[in-house]
Write a protein that binds this ligand. Structure first.
Ligand code: ZN
Ligand code: ZN
Length: 208
């Protein structure tokens, strides 16, 4: 394929292959080269345009790929439409957990969102390894239960790690912290009482 090669100084162009050999004289404007004492390279506007277009396409492809990867990552942390990473950042900063400068905000638990948890639990907390697991399979309970599960597990981490209390898993200390966190987060009281039916629901959610 032939294309027009032009001199950068505006001399007349010549037709030459799109990929001329390195030593093809048509790559250079000889009159200009003679004048300046240095080889003056011709360029092909059509090829230049193509190259720019290719670069643009490749740039867009890279961008799209990165966007897709980000979207996939966000999706992997999304439970019932809630981005758990985002919510976790909010939850660990709650006043009950010490606020933005508290121990929990400074060293938040490691979050894992899994397709299913053992025993069909909605969430699990591991105080000793500072880790929480949230199930993606929330049985369609909706965003509020998903957020509630997160608050519940973070409350376990706080009681275990920060308070260092050796209490029963869903005992009075846990319930006090959990209910306070729930209130600070949702601006309403958690339904039920520590010993009521809600408590049983929690037990089914989480064996910590
Ligand atoms: Zn020239
Ligand atoms: Zn629990």
């Amino acid at each position: 394929m032939q294309t027009r090669w032009k001199c950068p100084n505006g001399c007349g162009g010549v037709l030459a292959p799109t990929r001329p050999r390195k030593d093809d004289v048509r790559r250079y404007c000889l009159p200009c080269s003679k004048k300046t004492g240095r080889l003056v390279e011709r360029f092909s506007p059509a090829m230049e345009k193509k190259r720019q277009k290719r670069a643009q396409v490749s740039k867009e492809k890279t961008k799209k790929k990165a966007e897709k990867a980000r979207e996939a990552e966000r999706e992997s942390y999304t439970v019932e439409g809630v981005d758990m990473r985002k919510e976790l950042k909010r939850v660990v900063r709650l006043p009950v957990f010490g606020g933005p400068k508290g121990k929990l905000a400074k060293r938040p638990p490691h979050l894992e969102v899994k397709n299913g948890l053992r025993g069909g639990m909605l969430g699990l907390a591991y105080g000793y390894s500072n880790r929480i697991e949230i199930s993606k399979n929330q049985r369609g309970y909706g965003p509020k239960i998903a957020k509630d599960t997160l608050i519940h597990e973070v409350a376990h981490i706080y009681v275990d790690r920060v308070m260092g209390r050796d209490t029963s898993t869903h005992g009075p200390t846990f319930n006090k912290i959990y209910r306070q966190a729930y209130y600070e987060y949702f601006k309403e009281h958690a339904p039920g009482s520590a010993t009521g039916p809600w408590r049983n629901t929690q037990d089914r959610w989480c064996i910590a």
